[in-house]
Design a protein around this ligand. Sequence first.
Ligand SMILES: [Zn+2]
Length: 359
Amino acid sequence: MIDLVQDLIRIQSDTKEGANHALDFSAKWLQERGVEVKIIENEGYKMLVAELGQGEETLIWNGHLDIVPGRKEQFEPYIEGDKLFGRGSADMKGGVAAMMAAFVGLSKHPDRLTKKVQFHLVTDEETGGSKTSKHLVQQGYTGDFVICGEPTFLKIGLQAKGISQFFVTFHGKGAHGSRPWEGDNAILQSHRFHQLLLEQEWTKESTTYYEHPSINLARIQAGDRFNMVPDTCEVGYDIRFVPGQSVDFVEQQLKAILTEHFPNAEIRRRGVSPAVTTADDDPRVLQLLDIMKEETEIMGQHGSADTRHYAVTGAGAIEFGPAGGDWHGPGEFVSISSMEKYRDILMEFAFYTGIPKEV
Ligand SMILES: [Zn+2]
């Protein structure tokens, strides 16, 4: 498994071609160990599906092989103590290698499985997952419970905030810069809008796993010359709402402010994604807690992963993976002992037949 993760790190998978290469390599690695795999392609992006076991229930393991770009030297992995360094080691070739090793482990005892276990390897998570994980769900590769092997320090990332990205365009009235009172400054409208937005109660709403939604004023485009009052201003918001809120709800709230205070303004959606709202008493979550005892805890994720593509079907979906550090940064590493533990837990969870205790 340690050789495997190092081989994967050496494949520079920050492009479609590179990620497909890593996928072909993984397919061959699994086939050489007797696992049957199916390769699917969508818009040039490859994905792999393998299935073992039988039963009513389907458990899905999902891993992505694409990475964010790194420095040249990050594609030559090295080990220091328990740390294995390299681009993609934590996010998430370490998790993928552990899943591959665990899947081969399951394939030695398929008769012991009382559920189906499906393994999905994908190649576009870092750019949104719409070409591979979302595609698999649309093609009917769905299940009852999904584990995405993102680095979580073996904690259970139960929920994820939803995403609402909007553009809002304010229209004012231009005037000479020396007589601003004769105009209506569109930049100042957007400033006022931002203040009104932050005053809204829903922007302070907390849930069990989140203190509040996050509101990021991400873009602003306005103004041309110093001697002119700007007549238009376009702002871009990236709002991450908490479970219980929705894209439509957020849009309604923004529209309500606009209707009342800025009737000429226009709003348009850029990108949206629902929140992941897996319940903490989902039976599979209880099973995992039972296996790991006090070595894990439940947390909410601020970002979002491929879990969201599965969660729309009503499946429980968690982020759960090994420990590591500095992913997307220059010193990215994965913990070797945590990868080994992760592999063993994945197998134990797949074979689990016990009745979860109340936690
Ligand atoms: Zn990731």
